[in-house]
Structure formats: structure tokens, C-alpha cells
Design a protein around this ligand. Structure first.
Ligand code: AMP
Length: 215
């Protein structure tokens, strides 16, 4: 089974996707992480994607679909896959369905829902590890040592696209282009929903319960 986790920026999808993958032994594919890494390494993909990632816009569908197809060619999807941040538009969801049809794989979408005002509050406080990409929140998910990553021990930063101006743009893009995925997956009975306003522990517990009946 392939799970596609989506939700507004700040909903905790990245953290939850990574924990769920670890817990269930799934492969975790974060398109945001792949892109940030490509930008850092100045690869041809990174150079093309940089302006979209930093401005809070979306990387064009063709580019991201090609990137995900390439990724699927090289991963072992037998154990299950968690897609984190892909698809993000209906054309991406359609392209993914075509790809998975060919591979004879089934997909469930998982929405982590959070009201807009909570997204803004969470993102303005969020800090990220520049090495492993783990994110922290001083109230709901603090690091053990203030301002340092639990895993890598290095100083946390404010991610370029978590700056207030960019957050506004990312939210706008989410409601315009990604929220229609709710309908897309609901119509085909492939949508699971989790309340993202609960504590990260409870969100995780609910996610595990939902997923275990689908694998
Ligand atoms: P994320 O870490 O999932 O919040 O992604 C960070 C940024 O990467 C987004 O704001 C987009 O610019 C870009 N990105 C990630 N996934 C996609 C996608 N599926 N389609 C287009 N752009 C994406």
C-alpha cells in the first residue's frame, strides 16, 4: 500500500510521516526534502526548483512528476511507501494514479487537517535541523536541548520558506491547489482524515490506528 500524506503547511505532516514510516517499516519519500537537498547541492533539478521553493510556490507539475517517477524506479515499494508532500495538485494525483496502476499498487490519501490560524501560529515558531530536516516546536514538540537537534546535535534554524511572508504564500497555494485533493480522494473512497490540532502523540496514535487496517 502507498500512503500519501497531505495537509496545510504547519499541520505536522513531515514529522508524522517520518515517525509513521519508521514505526511501520515503510519507505519515507518527502518531495520537499528531496528538493531542499537538490537546491543545497546545486544539482540541475535544484537550480530549476530553487525559485519556487524559496518563494513558497509550487515546483511545476512536470518537473515534480518526473522526479517522483524516477524515485519510484529506484525504491523498494514492497514494504509500503509514505509519500510526504506529493501529490500536491490534482494533475499530480492523476499522474500518480497512472503510475501506480502500472505498478499494480493501491493508494490511500491521508489528510492531516488544521485550521489556518493554527498553521500560521505553528510555523512562525517552528525551527528546523539544517542537516536532517527534523522540525521542532517550542510548545508542542521541543528539542531536548533548547535550539539544538536531538538527532544531529547541531543548531536549529528558521527554514527559508517558514519566514512570515513566505508562509502566507504557501497557505494561499495550499487552499488553491492542494485542498482540491480532498474531493479527489473522497470521491474514490480513498481518504483518511486525522485531526492535526491534537498533540503530536495523539495524532501519531490515531495515524497508526488508521493505517493498520489498510495494509
Ligand atoms: P514541504 O517540505 O513538503 O513543505 O515542501 C517544501 C516546498 O517544496 C514546497 O513549498 C514547494 O515549493 C516544494 N514542493 C514539495 N513538494 C512539492 C510538490 N509535490 N509539488 C510542487 N512543489 C513541491
Amino acid at each position: 500500500m502507498i500512503f500519501a500524506i497531505f495537509g496545510p503547511p504547519g499541520s505536522g505532516k513531515g514529522t508524522q510521516a517520518s515517525r509513521l514510516a519508521q514505526h511501520a517499516g515503510f519507505v519515507h519519500v518527502s518531495t520537499g526534502e528531496i528538493l531542499r537537498d537538490a537546491v543545497k547541492k546545486r544539482t540541475p533539478l535544484g537550480i530549476r526548483a530553487e525559485k519556487f521553493v524559496h518563494s513558497g510556490g509550487l515546483v511545476p507539475d512536470e518537473l515534480i512528476i518526473e522526479m517522483v517517477e524516477e524515485k519510484f524506479n529506484h525504491l523498494n515499494s514492497e514494504k509500503g511507501v509514505i509519500l510526504d508532500g506529493f501529490p500536491r495538485t490534482v494533475p499530480q494525483a492523476k499522474a500518480l494514479d497512472q503510475l501506480l496502476d502500472k505498478m499494480k499498487k493501491k493508494l490511500m490519501g491521508i489528510l492531516i487537517d488544521l485550521p489556518e490560524k493554527d498553521c500560521v501560529a505553528r510555523l512562525s515558531e517552528r525551527k528546523t535541523c539544517p542537516k536532517c530536516g527534523l522540525t521542532y516546536n517550542p510548545v508542542t514538540y521541543p528539542p531536548k536541548k533548547e535550539n539544538f537537534c536531538d538527532k544531529c546535535g547541531i543548531q536549529l534554524i528558521l527554514r527559508e520558506d517558514d519566514r512570515p511572508e513566505t508562509v502566507k504564500q504557501r497557505l494561499k497555494v495550499y487552499y488553491q491547489l492542494t485542498e482540491p485533493l480532498i474531493n479527489y480522494y473522497e470521491q474514490t473512497h480513498r481518504l483518511l482524515r486525522v485531526d492535526g490540532s491534537l498533540s503530536p502523540e495523539l495524532v501519531f496514535k490515531n495515524l497508526i490506528n488508521l493505517v493498520k487496517y489498510k495494509v
